[in-house]
Design a protein around this ligand. Structure first.
Ligand code: HEC
Length: 252
């Protein structure tokens, strides 16, 4: 996406490539420009074909985050979205925001911190999908295909955590990143349980991740309730992440 530093009054261009091997129908290329904090229906726009990619351009009149989504009709691709915080000049967030939507091949670099709006959206999206995943696993009978669908956006947004900027305990970035990678390992284990259709392990994995990843990280880094997690007896001693038996067998 260019420019990397969108400003009011300057055009913002979006460029998207279809995922490898996907041939989405032309009508799937309608994007929704959701100016969610504004009254009125979201604006729908068609992406124009430019060479091998589709692109469109907007001219923001005011500093608002613009949310762009690709409908799920895009074969094989997850719903992809990103939020572009539009600044008013020098204070625009660096590194225009991209969240989730792997496989769509946006023009962007992965390094650098996320803009605040993208960071916020990532966690909101995680919260929604996580609740859906919990409901799918709690259902009788358990709904493992819905669980697999709900887990996908959770895993996608988890990968963005190392690029968060912290409001609470920014001095402890290394600890935060450690928690983020523990979280990713727990999600991977949960994914294995779901794929192997082990409902018991999947339910346990959801509960453990909820407490030992979401809650533990939030207590310190979202809410700033506690500085030293080891002094919180209930959070001091996490259970080990379930091991990847297949990987270990492969290593022998
Ligand atoms: C490694 C740390 C970490 C992990 C793990 C983590 N979060 Fe968060 N979460 C944060 C931080 C930091 C914030 C505050 C973000 C901000 O203020 O920009 C946050 C905010 C949130 C919010 C509020 C979003 C908003 O801005 O309104 C929700 C909902 C949320 N997280 C859900 C979850 C769920 C569900 C999980 C686990 C499946 C999870 N998070 C795992 C760090 C984490």
């Amino acid at each position: 996406m260019t420019p990397r530093d969108p400003v009011v009054g300057a055009p913002v261009r979006f460029v998207v490539r279809p995922p490898e091997g996907a041939a989405p129908p032309a009508e799937a290329w309608t994007w929704t420009l959701d100016r969610s904090r504004e009254p009125g229906p979201p604006e729908r726009r068609v992406l124009h074909a430019v060479g091998g990619v589709r692109a469109f351009q907007v001219l923001p009149e005011r500093p608002i985050p613009i949310r762009v989504g690709i409908p799920s009709g895009l074969q094989g691709a997850p719903v992809a979205w990103f939020t572009v915080p539009v600044g008013s000049g020098g204070n625009a967030a660096p590194g225009a925001g991209i969240g989730g939507g792997s496989g769509t091949g946006h023009e962007h670099g992965d390094a650098g911190t996320l803009p605040m709006a993208a960071q916020h959206e990532a966690m909101v999206r995680t919260g929604e999908a996580w609740a859906d995943l919990g409901a799918a696993l709690a259902a009788e009978p358990v709904d493992l295909s819905r669980a697999a669908d709900a887990l996908r956006p959770v895993s996608e947004t988890a990968r963005l955590l190392p690029r968060f900027s912290l409001h609470k305990h920014e001095e402890a970035l290394e600890e935060f990143r450690g928690l983020a990678s523990d979280y990713e390992r727990r999600l991977a284990a949960l994914g294995r349980a779901v794929r192997s259709r082990d409902a018991g392990a999947a339910r346990a994995g959801w509960r453990e991740t909820d407490a030992w990843a979401c809650l533990r990280c939030h207590v310190k880094f979202r809410f700033g309730v506690v500085k030293d997690l080891s002094r919180f007896p209930d959070l001091a001693d996490p259970p080990p992440v379930p091991r990847d038996a297949a990987k270990e067998a492969g290593r022998k």
